[in-house]
Write a protein that binds this ligand. Structure first.
Ligand code: ZN
Length: 176
């Protein structure tokens, strides 16, 4: 059982206050992969892990206000909108495992492999991969399903994930 985890593909992260134009590249392959995962729900759990910040969250000192809970900026981009049967977990810092309930959700569905997608390869994806590794999950980070703010961040982010967490980095269409 695998979980397709979509991280921070939110308005603020794509076109809003911390916009990353590079993230547009991963939208079509992610949309297609989501469709295929939803067609195989016996094998795939679809999980969105979304920043939903509250005032004074520690991370705001680094990035300024972004994806504040309940705001339009904190909404999933329309091209990747969640559908019934998907799970949406709000988070307040980088790792999708930190105080989100992701771990019991994965356990309930018998997930052994997490496929991490979204943003950013060298930040939230990386911290989530660390927490997944500590818990014994197999880690897959599709190279066409994640982005960062620069070529260098993307390349070094993926290299780190391969080296430190033994992450596989296939293309999405070769995965599902
Ligand atoms: Zn944040």
């Amino acid at each position: 059982m695998q979980a397709l985890v979509v991280i921070d593909m939110l308005n603020d992260f794509v076109t809003g206050v911390i916009a990353n134009p590079r993230s547009e590249r991963i939208i079509p392959p992610l949309a297609a992969a989501l469709g295929r995962a939803r067609a195989r729900r016996d094998d795939w759990l679809v999980v969105y892990a979304n920043d939903a910040h509250l005032p004074r969250d520690f991370e705001l000192a680094v990035w300024g206000e972004h994806a504040m809970a309940g705001s339009t900026g904190a909404a999933i981009i329309p091209q990747l909108a969640a559908l019934p049967g998907d799970f949406i977990l709000p988070k307040r810092t980088y790792s999708c495992f930190y105080d989100t309930g992701l771990e019991p959700l994965l356990r309930q569905f018998g997930v052994d492999t997490v496929v991490l997608t979204g943003q950013h390869s060298n930040m939230c994806v990386r911290h989530t991969a660390a927490d997944a590794f500590f818990r014994g999950y197999q880690i897959v980070v599709p190279e066409d399903g994640v982005e960062a703010f620069s070529d260098e961040d993307q390349a070094s982010g993926l290299a780190y994930l391969r080296q430190v967490y033994k992450a596989e980095t296939p293309k999405l269409e070769d995965l599902l």
